[in-house]
Write a protein that binds this ligand. Sequence first.
Ligand code: RIB
Length: 329
Amino acid sequence: MADRGIVAVFGSMNMDLSVACERIPRAGETVGGSGFITNAGGKGANQAVAAARMGACTHMIGAVGRDAFGASLVVGLQDAGVDCDFVVHRDDVETGTATIVRCEGDNRIILSPGANYALAGADVACALRRLVAHELDGDASEIAPAAGSVFIAQGECDLAATADALVCAHELGFYTVFNPAPACELPAEVWPAVDLVCPNETECQVLTGILPTDDASCVAALKALLAKGAGAAVITLGGSGSVTLGDDGGLLRMPALSSEVVDTTAAGDTFIGALAAARLQGLPLFECMVAGARASAVTVSRLGAQQSIPTRAEVERKFGLDGLDGEAE
Ligand code: RIB
């Protein structure tokens, strides 16, 4: 199926400083680390890379400092096929960084947002309107010029800007995806502008007070997310896959696909970017979750953030063109 629009991502761009250790040091203690890497990350940028590598026409809206990290992040995004015309270079603030500790099959992150807080809602709205005017003019309807396109936002930028951006994108007709990571709440009046909310289990607990552990708590949590006003909800559960509600209100679960776990960094971002690219092709939500699961299974088998995100061809080589489970090789 041919894509009908674009994926526009408003979000963070970070340089990730990542190191592995066998256990987390206690206060005042030093432990040995290994495998230090500096690599491009940031939830927004990772999601944009995932969407682009799945073949979606993808635009990044964000900000970096006018420094070496910022320049490198923009080049990395462009190499991945992401348009960066709406990435602002700021003189007054440094590029965002994430200090990541990889330990016991999971990661812990200290975020220094820097330029990620530089854009206001009006800046994002201006970028979205220009995107709609320039990119989508051909098949635009006057009421919803971005219909068929996808907008993604997360929780690593200024929350007021994120809320305004979601409202603007929804008004323009984008299918809006909100990934509340790290956990953050939206003003009540903004939730109806969210077509799909996609938290992980801990973010879900912050938003709903329910930790989704078994089928019953997953259903309760999904219903609580919908009760806020979102059009649909998907919860990602790490090794337990992802869940949503079917049309009959019953639980639909997409299991995580088997993969050797090397580094979980950017796995959730890959899920969202690949889901958005599938949505652009007009696929139903559960099939978009399948696309997310397939792509993120490849990401966890590799080290780092953007450097670990696969292309569509790599996903198809591992899982076949259509298969939901198992390896093709
Ligand atoms: O989701 C992973 C990302 O979170 C990392 O790339 C890091 O930059 C943090 O923002």
